[in-house]
Design a protein around this ligand. Structure first.
Ligand SMILES: [Zn+2]
Length: 1012
């Protein structure tokens, strides 16, 4: 499967040690041969079939049961491992699917050597069952298992099996014995993240389907009439168009038969719209003739018309680097049916939308490459995805670097690097290896690196693509640079020769590499791939000597891995590799007259911080106007013009100096001074953030953030000491240091994250203070110093269906103490992005010397100066406004009433419940209602407004362009006391409309932080 392009796209838009399978048991492998006869019903999207399985027990064990995979049942209901994993990975499509979109396998009636046998489903997985043999299967014996079966095909929009219209992807579709090997049975449920492990054998498959279908399948076609049909299709004239309609199915059926040996799976694809192209390639070593077939629709015919050349290149290249392609044919089909990327099966690959020729070539090469890493070298991909996806990605990377001159990579990939985002971020400058390294840095930059040797199911969704694919490819490249090309290539070839059509373990790969290279490679196979620490090599001690350099090198991650050191003398490069055992030891590097010494200049290692790899250090800073991705060996400084506006400062212009980009950096800052043209003052925002990982503690990450902000917040009219009226702006300076502790998760994939935060807010607030002299009051602006101290606990479950969060906060200073709690719960609808939100909020004042100055309110903006946001947490266009348009801006805080109400809890407690319900229509509209009460309500307010209810409420309809960020609230219903209050004020309806415009949420950098 291909994940790289998907990941790069995501990025641009926006430990456990598994035990090394060291087993002393002798290697053996079972043989499983299949005969299947299947009929496609393209009206009901189903298969009716009979299967005969010859199971040969080549182990020394007697088997009384055979574990069997019934993987179409993965689409049966919400309880399947597939559905659960998809949800965890943020995909609720199967969870919310309609009955008719789901699939299953049934009508099974197994016999063993003609006798009916029983089948028991696995308790937790309906796509796994165990067959109870009536006669135990002795070592060396065989049993013939037979059963009819019926498959209701699911929609192919979920995963790999199914249909879109009348395009069929028939994969993982028949009952299939699990692998029995040195470690026992490997029964596993079907998953998206975590692929395959199957027994080798032969297939003899006959497919019955309407005559006008074009079929691509594993194996060699045996039916003469169908061979003629395909050959004719291949040479017929092609009139490419935009037509994607399905022709009517022929009423007459055809029967076509395929056979293949030494494969571990059989997949087939059928579509009536397919064009056919045919070619041939001869493998480099054994000169095997391989027919290449391309089957495609009009969807991307401009890419597919050249696909035979792409396929031939990939087959030739992989054969040269790994070993000759051993089969007679290789087919690629256009997978407008599968979601994104591509998918591999023996002899056949399905390719999704690729958009541009370079991506198309790479995805095609990657999927064809799986014929080696998966097809021929059949490692257990669920347990060791790196041996499959990773090693395949490595050869794919080598292929890209060989085939395309380095200067043109970035401009080839329209989807990622060469698109607008790629040009802004500078990723179009990366070569293929550097692009992979950039993706890896995304994981390390957030301290969420994982070990290469993880099981597929233990990777986070994003790391499955980054670590199992890209990091492994980079690590294999590291091993290659360390061993040298010729030794490395010899190792690959012996691995292929020794393990083709078998089930190699990581230990087997190590053995081959060590035997061929005559080197101990424990550093790689026992340490490096099992570590989740990110390598960071640096010079520790270093001095220049008369004859060269004396130095020690340190790896901050304490990995015991080799490293190259190099220097130039008259532009001649001297390079030496040192073993990991040399780390920390004094090394003499003879190089007379050399000016500079470098660790890993060529980027062989996985060093994540190359700024400390040079002596003397270079302090080059890359400066640009828009944020570019960070270069590994330089500092970045971005200087972007910015503009702002508020009612008092009026128009502001300035520059933002910052280093925030991708990947995340340990120290990030932004300094954004703004000149205000209204009151001619300097304002702005500055932020300094330092994040570091913590190990072996219940905390896994600590970040320290310092935020500084200065703006004008209002306009005052007062008599000065000369008793003249003056109108003057007042401003504030807010400094808020905070420290945030990320509580370690029980498992890195857990969707619940918890943080504890300590924050203090220090305000310098301009206030007009009056003095009385001979009965006359005169004012002057003085600056008050006010401090607040906060403790916050936040729990967020980011699961895709029904996410929730809980926030508890206490706040105090010498004058008051209060605590509040906010619970949010979202009920997700089937319709993507829609749902209903419930919020419960309660707060209590424990101590208050200031008569409710820091009290609670049902609605935002209740202060004397327009806002009760006393700690200046929010940003408003007109903070001190008390009427009209700017006053109608609100923040969803405290009681979060959407209509203005003056009622609050000055002294004691508040409670509110807020509900908003997205309308299940493709318009951004929602209904909302707020209900709340406070201690003041019972007596004072009831008496003043002559009402009987203890509760205040309001409801209406909201236009929500961006949730909680850009929204307009139109009130429709309000409780009696709100009505009376507004009537007394002669408030017009237009003044009762309120809006949210949240500048924090609109900052792209905050958006970036939400991704991690
Ligand atoms: Zn793959």
């Amino acid at each position: 499967m291909n994940r790289g392009q998907i990941l790069l796209l995501i990025v641009l838009i926006f430990l456990n040690k598994t035990s090394m399978a060291g087993n002393t048991k002798n290697y053996f492998q079972q043989e499983v041969n299949y005969k299947i006869d299947v009929r496609l019903n393209d009206k009901k999207n189903s298969l009716a079939a009979n299967i005969e399985i010859e199971y040969i027990n080549r182990s020394s064990d007697t088997l009384s049961d055979i574990w069997i995979h019934l993987w179409p049942n993965a689409y049966k209901d919400r309880n399947s491992a597939l559905c659960k994993q998809m949800l965890e990975n943020g995909d609720a499509s199967l969870y919310f699917s309609k009955e008719e979109e789901r699939g299953y396998i049934d009508s099974l009636r197994f016999t063993a050597d003609g006798e009916v046998i029983t089948l028991t489903y696995d308790k937790s997985n309906k796509d796994i069952a165990v067959l109870h043999l009536s006669k135990a299967l002795l070592p060396g014996n065989r049993v013939i298992l037979k059963t009819p079966f019926f498959v209701k095909l699911p929609s192919a929009k979920f995963s790999r099996l199914g249909y879109i219209g009348q395009a069929y992807a028939i994969t993982q579709w028949y009952p299939k014995p699990a692998v029995y090997d040195r470690d026992g049975w490997h029964a596993m449920p079907y998953l998206n993240q975590g692929e395959f492990y199957s027994e080798y054998g032969s297939f003899d498959v006959t497919i019955h389907l309407p005559q006008n279908y074009v079929v691509g399948a594993t194996g060699d076609l045996q039916t003469e009439s169908e061979i003629a049909f395909m050959d004719a299709k291949a040479v017929e004239a092609k009139n490419y168009s935009n037509d994607m309609a399905f022709p009517k199915s022929s009423t007459a059926f055809k029967s076509i038969r395929y056979t293949q040996q030494n494969v571990h799976d059989f997949a087939w694809f059928a579509d009536k719209r397919y064009y056919v192209l045919k070619g041939e390639v001869i493998t480099p070593h054994k000169e095997n003739k391989v027919s290449t077939w391309a089957l495609f629709t009009n969807s991307e015919s401009h890419l597919w018309k050249n696909s035979i050349q792409n396929m031939n290149d990939a087959i030739y290249h992989y054969s040269a680097l790994v070993g000759d392609y051993p089969y007679k044919q290789c087919t690629a089909v256009d997978g407008t049916i599968a979601a994104g990327g591509g998918m591999e099966y023996p002899n056949i690959t399905i390719i999704g939308k690729a958009y541009d020729p370079f991506t198309f070539d790479m995805v095609l090469a990657h999927e064809i490459g799986h014929n080696w890493f998966y097809g021929i070298l059949g490692s257990n991909e669920r347990d060791h995805p790196w041996m499959d996806e990773g090693m395949n990605s490595f050869v794919e990377m080598k292929y890209a670097m060989l085939k395309y001159p380095p200067s043109v990579y970035g401009n080839l990939n329209e989807l990622g690097a060469a698109g607008l985002a790629g040009r802004i971020l500078g990723t179009n400058q990366y070569n293929y290896k550097e692009a992979g390294n950039f993706e890896y840095q995304i994981a390390t930059g957030n301290f969420s690196d994982q070990a290469i040797a993880n099981k597929a199911v233990d990777f986070t969704y994003i790391n499955y693509g980054i670590v199992a694919y890209k990091k492994t490819a980079l690590a294999m490249n590291y091993l290659q640079d360390y061993l040298g090309d010729s030794i490395f290539n010899a190792c690959m070839h012996s691995y292929f020769d020794e393990w083709k059509f078998k089930h190699p373990h990581p230990g087997d790969l190590q053995k081959v590499f060590e035997a061929e290279s005559q080197k101990n490679l424990d550093w790689f196979f026992k340490d490096f791939i099992y570590s989740d620490r990110s390598q960071d090599l640096k010079f520790k001690k270093i001095k220049k000597t008369d004859s060269g350099f004396d130095f020690t090198v340190q790896d901050k991650a304490k990995l015991n891995a080799p490293f190259p050191v190099s220097a130039y003398h008259d532009s001649i490069k001297f390079i030496t590799w040192y073993e990991g055992s040399e780390l920390g030891k004094m090394i003499s590097f003879p190089c007379e007259g050399c000016a500079q010494l470098m660790i890993d200049e060529e980027g062989s290692t996985l060093d994540v911080n190359r700024k400390n790899n040079r002596f003397p250090r270079n302090h080059k800073i890359n400066v640009s106007i828009l944020p570019k991705t960070h270069a590994l060996d330089n500092h970045s400084l971005f200087i972007t013009p910015i503009a702002g506006w508020n009612r008092y400062n009026e128009g502001m212009l300035g520059l933002s100096f910052y280093n925030t980009s991708l990947p995340l950096r340990q120290f990030e800052y932004s300094i954004s001074p703004l000149y205000a043209f209204g009151d001619k003052t300097i304002n702005g925002i500055a932020n300094f953030k330092f994040t570091f990982p913590v190990r072996n503690f219940f905390i896994d990450k600590i970040s320290i953030n310092n935020n500084l902000r200065k703006f004008s917040y209002g306009e005052e009219l007062y008599r000065n000491e000369n008793l003249k009226f003056v109108r003057e702006n007042v401003g504030y300076v807010r400094y808020s240091p905070e420290i945030t502790f990320n509580i370690k998760k029980s498992h890195i994939r857990n969707s619940i994250s918890q943080t504890i935060q300590l924050q203090s807010v220090h305000l310098l607030e301009d206030q007009v203070q009056y003095t009385f002299n001979q009965g006359k009051a005169s004012g002057a602006i003085k600056t008050e110093n006010i401090n607040f101290y906060r403790f916050k606990y936040l729990l967020v479950d980011r699961k895709v269906v029904d996410p929730y969060s809980l926030k508890f906060q206490t706040e105090a200073n010498t004058d008051f103490a209060k605590a509040d709690v906010e619970f949010k719960y979202r009920i997700s609808y089937k319709m993507k992005g829609k749902g209903a939100d419930i919020r419960i909020y309660a707060g209590k004042m424990f101590h208050d010397n200031l008569n409710g100055l820091y009290g609670y309110f049902l609605s935002d903006r209740n202060g004397v100066r327009g806002s009760n946001d006393y700690a200046y947490d929010e940003l408003y266009f007109g903070r001190s406004e008390t009427e009209f348009f700017l006053f109608q801006q609100m923040a969803l805080r405290q009681g979060a009433f959407k209509i203005y109400t003056p009622f609050g809890a000055y002294k004691d407690w508040i409670f509110s419940a807020n509900i908003s319900i997205d309308l299940p229509i493709p318009l951004p509209l929602k209904l909302y209602a707020d209900l709340g009460t406070t201690d003041e309500f019972k007596d004072d307010i009831k008496a003043v407004y002559d009402i009987s209810s203890n509760f205040s409420y309001n409801a209406g309809i909201c236009f929500s362009l961006v949730k909680n960020t850009i929204e307009v609230y139109f009130p429709l219903i309000k409780s009696e006391e709100i009505k009376k209050y507004l009537d007394n004020k002669d408030s017009k309806y237009s003044e009762q409309i309120r809006f949210v415009f949240n500048l924090y949420n609109l900052n792209p950098l905050n958006l970036r932080n939400q991704l991690f």
